[in-house]
Design a protein around this ligand. Structure first.
Ligand code: NAG
Ligand code: NAG
Ligand code: NAG
Ligand code: NAG
Ligand code: NAG
Length: 491
């Protein structure tokens, strides 16, 4: 929200800030960014390593009314300070819940639904060290994209709180970005421009551009940006490397349990006819595609979200040859994508159980990661990991939950349940978080210095993390886990 300059001064002079020890200065919390002045606050205020937290900063205009379904539009510069004190609302999630239980009906971690949702959701969050811990030349910037199958998720999930990462890893700034979901981000309608069928992916681009222009004001180096994400967040990161090839901005990428192949191989993707059924449900079927689209733009956002639920379809990215390419396999083989160092991996038990769990783990995660890594290794420094940690989640029914889908996230962010955490879990998190930060700070050779070999088939280059719950890494031949791949389309 925007407050007048006077009221933000009043806010800054509240006891919470003045009572802090010397090295925390109010001037540190007032950032004169090119986008406009921004006022943050300290997170972990009682810690001796304070972190500056800036929440809910708009990076594009609200994609509402006539802007619904269109690529994001730049926000104009603001003059009165933006008080970045709370997460912005998440983009509308689907009413559906995704079942990761492998048929058991219970997930080891229940992700809380977003605290608030709105169509006006294009905001980002920044965690940065204070000036006292500034990095000469600027801190490496890590931009994180949430997963959730392109229909669920939001940056306000406590899992993605960047405080721990920025406290424990010197020289890092963490940014989380919201992007549109479901029909709002992936309407799959021919009425839109041919190469702009996936506005939700273009939100990511707008967020990255905002970071490039503004992050120096927060102490970051705009030339050292790592884009990373898990599941759909990894697919969105991977997609970015193809469609932003002309001007990539980012200098490295981490793909956790997801590649663009989950879209191009049809594991996700709006089914043909989804838009037609939806517009019929909404009584919006008109004689032209443009008139139909105009009608859907007038539907209240909540009505639209609920109609998607009623229609039974999920709206996720489609091949438009502008953001998602039909010939991705050929592009990968030919190196026609952003050639930046990449860390790519997946988890040992993405979906629990032998059938269909092990099959889906191989089809959707292990094999596409192997294919991506093996091609990339021929033109960029590439590392592949497999996460094995099976740590308690805090849910007493899952003392040994396996390395399920998303379970590495709490290790990377250091946001695991501290009450139930074991010593091995804590140490493993420190190791993994340190590796991610090392990669972000020195994408070409940081991990080499850590002793990680770059990917090579037939050699012990697959980095196993937390194997047998032992913190650290062990190295085996990538083929160790690729047995099922030869028979799978996605291999
Ligand atoms: C992030 O975590 C820190 C440390 O636990 C806490 O102080 C801060 O309030 C959290 N931020 C948000 C937005 O929840
Ligand atoms: C569209 O509706 C028809 C008729 O109800 C149904 O058979 C079909 O599966 C639906 N298609 C999609 C993609 O939802
Ligand atoms: C569509 O029209 C039908 C029949 O007139 C009506 O019952 C229904 O409520 C309308 N749906 C919407 C979303 O307006
Ligand atoms: C969403 O669809 C499910 C299954 O059809 C239904 O049970 C639920 O009530 C729907 N929710 C909303 C908000 O429409
Ligand atoms: C995308 O390009 C491929 C060729 O690379 C073509 O076969 C396909 O029809 C195109 N799809 C769309 C939706 O434009």
């Amino acid at each position: 929200m925007h407050l007048s300059f006077l009221s933000s001064l009043v806010l800054l002079s509240s006891s919470a800030v003045w009572a802090l020890p010397e090295k925390r200065t109010t001037s540190d919390l007032f950032v004169a960014a090119p986008a406009g002045p921004i006022v943050g606050h300290y997170s972990a205020p009682s810690s001796n390593k304070p972190v500056r937290e800036f929440l809910g900063i708009p990076f594009a205009k609200a994609p509402v009314g006539p802007l619904r379904f269109l690529p994001p539009v730049k926000e104009s510069r603001w003059n009165s300070p933006f008080v970045a004190k709370a997460y912005g609302p998440s983009c509308y999630n689907s009413n559906f819940q995704v079942d990761l239980s492998g048929g058991t009906g219970e997930n080891p971690i229940e992700l809380a639904p977003p605290t608030s949702e709105s169509e006006d959701c294009l905001s980002l969050n920044i965690w940065a060290p204070p000036a006292a811990r500034a990095t000469p030349g600027g801190a490496a910037v890590m931009i994180s994209l949430y997963g959730g199958g392109f229909v669920l998720g939001g940056s306000d999930t406590p899992l993605f709180n960047g405080t721990n990462m920025v406290q424990n890893q010197d020289g890092i700034i963490l940014v989380t970005i919201n992007y549109r979901l479901n029909v709002f981000g992936f309407p799959a309608t021919p009425a839109l421009k041919a190469d702009q069928q996936n506005p939700g992916l273009l939100d990511v681009r707008a967020g990255v551009e905002w970071v490039q222009k503004n992050i120096a004001s927060f102490g970051g180096d705009p030339k050292k940006i790592t884009l990373f994400g898990e599941s759909a967040g990894a697919a969105a990161t991977d997609a970015y490397l193809y469609y932003a090839r002309e001007d990539p901005i980012v200098s490295s990428a981490i793909l956790q349990s997801g590649t663009v192949f989950i879209i191009t191989e049809g594991i996700l993707g709006s089914p043909a006819g989804a838009w037609g059924n939806l517009t019929a449900t909404l009584n919006c079927t008109k004689s032209t595609a443009a008139a139909t689209l105009a009608c859907v733009r007038r539907v209240p956002a909540v009505t639209l979200r609920d109609a998607v639920n009623t229609s039974g379809a999920s709206f996720t990215p489609v091949i438009d040859n502008g953001t998602i390419f039909g010939d991705t396999v050929a592009r990968l083989a030919a190196g026609q994508l952003t050639r930046v160092p990449t860390l790519i991996g997946s988890n040992n038990d993405e979906i629990p159980g032998e059938t269909p769990g092990a099959y889906i783990t191989a089809l959707a995660f292990t094999c596409p990661a192997a294919r991506s890594a093996s091609h990339r290794a021929s033109y960029v420094p590439t590392w592949q990991y497999r996460y094995h940690g099976s740590f308690p989640t805090g849910n007493p029914n899952f003392p040994d939950p396996g390395a399920f889908h998303g379970s590495e996230l709490a290790q990377v962010f250091g946001t695991y349940n501290r009450t139930s955490a074991t010593q091995a879990q804590r140490e493993s998190s420190e190791y993994i978080q340190g590796a991610w930060a090392t990669f972000a700070k020195n994408p070409t050779s940081g991990l080499t210095a850590l002793g990680w070999p770059t990917y090579k088939r037939g050699e012990n280059t697959l980095v196993r993390l937390a194997y047998d719950n032992v913190p650290g890494a062990t190295f085996v031949d990538p083929a160790t886990y690729e047995g099922p791949c030869s028979g799978l389309a996605a291999a």
